[in-house]
Design a binder for this molecule. Structure first.
Ligand code: NAP
Length: 351
């Protein structure tokens, strides 16, 4: 059934996931207000300018920064829904965790919600959280039936010092629910995607998902990968889930957005590498945990992370996203190979 057209704000619109949310909204007849950090940064927003030309009058871009109070007020005017995706996503520990990660995630969410408070037309907020807000380390699931993460789970032992990204997502989501409980005008739906892959709408190489795929393809893991499980989802399906959460009146609470959980080696094997001429770059084996523990710090993995994640399976219950939001997940092989095709096509990796 066609969706009733609405005016929807997407924060961080030039990001990897948000760009597909914008595209999906436009394709389904909605009008989009997109915020970007710098309107003059053409290299970051060219793909949005192209979308604006394809959908005249239906994509309006505004400048806003998560760290700047009142920044989102103008962009929110006249909107009924806010999809808040903007938040730093990097897995490597930043130099200044507080300034680079916590403040934009937590302070930024509070800032956006303060603008929602001032904007009477907003009836729903969709927050892009993460599976990282549901569990911290795979070993947390070892006593759990099927090692399966559920939507009622809350990251039990998140800390700024260990996996600060998970900490940033956990406390930002908690703050959003607290804010939501203070009032009755708008409701909150929180989205929990796994590791997102799939073609990017832009040629930006700076998104962490794009960087991870490029590392796979440039030989970083040629010597082998740790036995780690990743909950994978296609960026186009994650975007669809957000749009359904924004536009379906019945959508509520939290949604796990994961197609399938696979080991890193299984992911490598799904890549049709011969077609792209990168077969010698991919891992062929798993590195034993003991060796991984020794080598970890040299390849940017903390020993505590290795101890608590390597060799521990983790799975995700994605039922509600399928039955309530109607998301049909693509097979991971399609996601991965479409992603490689885009990177080759855009000249970001050499075939
Ligand atoms: P991304 O491409 O790096 O997008 C992050 C966005 O946040 C960018 O648009 C960036 O703006 C914006 N941003 C960062 N700091 C900002 C600030 N101070 N003010 C305003 N905007 C700021 O990463 P992504 O993968 O699309 O991530 C989008 C969301 O999905 C994040 O909330 C992330 O935590 C969540 N998520 C991602 C994954 C994944 O695997 N990719 C999985 C689960 C959840 P610029 O465009 O100006 O850089």
């Amino acid at each position: 059934m066609p969706e009733t057209p609405q005016r929807i704000l997407v924060t961080g619109a030039a990001g990897y996931l948000a760009s597909w949310i914008v595209e999906d909204l436009l394709r389904n007849g909605h009008t989009v207000h997109g915020t970007v950090r710098h309107l003059k940064d053409h290299s970051k927003i060219q793909h949005l300018t192209d979308l604006a030309a394809r959908y005249p009058q239906r994509l309006l871009l505004f400048e806003a920064d998560l760290l700047s109070e009142g920044s989102f007020d103008q962009a929110m005017q006249g909107c009924s829904v806010v999809i808040h995706t903007a938040s730093p996503y990097f897995l490597d520990r930043p130099r200044d965790v507080e300034q680079q990660l916590i403040q934009p995630a937590l302070g930024g969410t509070r800032n956006v919600l303060a603008a929602v408070k001032r904007t009477e037309t907003i009836k729903r907020v969709v927050l892009t959280s993460s599976i990282a807000a549901l569990y911290n380390d795979a070993c947390d699931l070892s006593g759990v039936d099927g090692q399966t993460v559920q939507e009622g789970d809350v990251n039990p032992n998140t800390r700024k010092t260990h996996n600060p990204y998970a900490y940033s997502k956990t406390i930002a989501e908690q703050a959003a629910w607290e804010e939501c409980r203070q009032q009755q005008r708008w409701d909150l739906v929180s989205m929990h995607p796994g590791a997102i892959f799939g073609p990017s709408l832009s040629k930006r190489p700076d998104a962490t998902s794009v960087g991870m795929m490029m590392q796979f393809l440039n030989g970083t893991y040629r010597q082998g990968v740790p036995r780690l499980w990743l909950g994978l989802v296609d960026v186009r399906d994650a975007a669809r889930a957000h749009v359904r959460a924004a536009t379906l009146a019945e959508a509520h609470h939290r949604y796990i957005v994961v197609a399938e959980s696979l080991r890193l080696l299984e992911i490598a094997r799904l890549m049709r590498v011969r077609e792209f001429g990168v077969e010698d770059k991919l891992p062929q084996a798993e590195v034993p945990k003991g060796l991984m523990w020794l080598m970890g710090p040299m390849v940017g993995l903390q020993r505590r992370y290795i101890a608590r994640n390597v060799n521990f399976p983790v799975h995700f219950n994605n039922q509600r996203s399928q039955t309530e939001l109607g998301v049909h997940y693509r097979a991971p092989a399609e996601t991965l190979n479409d992603h490689i095709r885009q990177l080759v096509g855009d000249g970001l990796i050499r075939a």
